[in-house]
Design a protein around this ligand. Structure first.
Ligand code: 5GP
Ligand code: ZN
Length: 135
């Protein structure tokens, strides 16, 4: 556990919070400032700052867990869909530097904006970029 990390303390029961699921690897809590009703956070119990740090095996488990929770809660909450959001880095909107996955239920007319302004690159520009970054 990282001493100054709020999510370590929430995942490890040092501070009380609203837990909706728990297993050996993860604690899933309700976000304190939810985008919509039922907005939850998957927190690994071990401290990893972000996607770059979390080991692949644990990440696979987190993805499976996201699927399980979204599948079960869509009906329970009466949601019409789900956004799964995972921020890495301050410029990408990360504010708590303990890896977490946002599970955000969506409802008709919920008024939330989770997205981006679409760009309009030319075909040549996109091709050049693909050529430059292809792995
Ligand atoms: P980020 O911006 O890092 O992707 O998301 C951090 C999220 O953690 C935010 O949605 C914020 O509302 C939530 N959060 C921050 N502190 C607490 C807390 O003490 N308790 C809970 N339940 N959520 C928190
Ligand atoms: Zn932590």
């Amino acid at each position: 556990m990282k001493d100054d990390c709020i999510f370590c303390k929430l995942a490890g029961h040092v501070f009380e919070t609203n837990i909706i699921y728990e297993d050996d690897d993860f604690t899933v809590i309700l976000d304190a400032n939810p985008a919509t009703r039922g907005h939850a956070l998957i927190l690994p119990k071990e401290h990893y700052a972000d996607l770059y740090e979390i080991p692949d095996e644990l990440l696979k488990k987190a993805a499976s867990l996201a699927k399980k929770i979204v599948s079960e809660l869509t009906e329970k909450l009466g949601a019409d869909g789900y956004n799964i959001v995972q921020n890495n880095g301050e410029k990408a909107g990360q504010t708590v530097f303990h890896f977490h996955i946002h599970l955000i239920p969506r409802y008709e007319n919920d008024g939330q904006l989770i997205g981006w302004k679409p760009g309009k690159p030319g075909d040549d520009e996109l091709k050049a970029l693909a050529d430059k970054i292809r792995l």
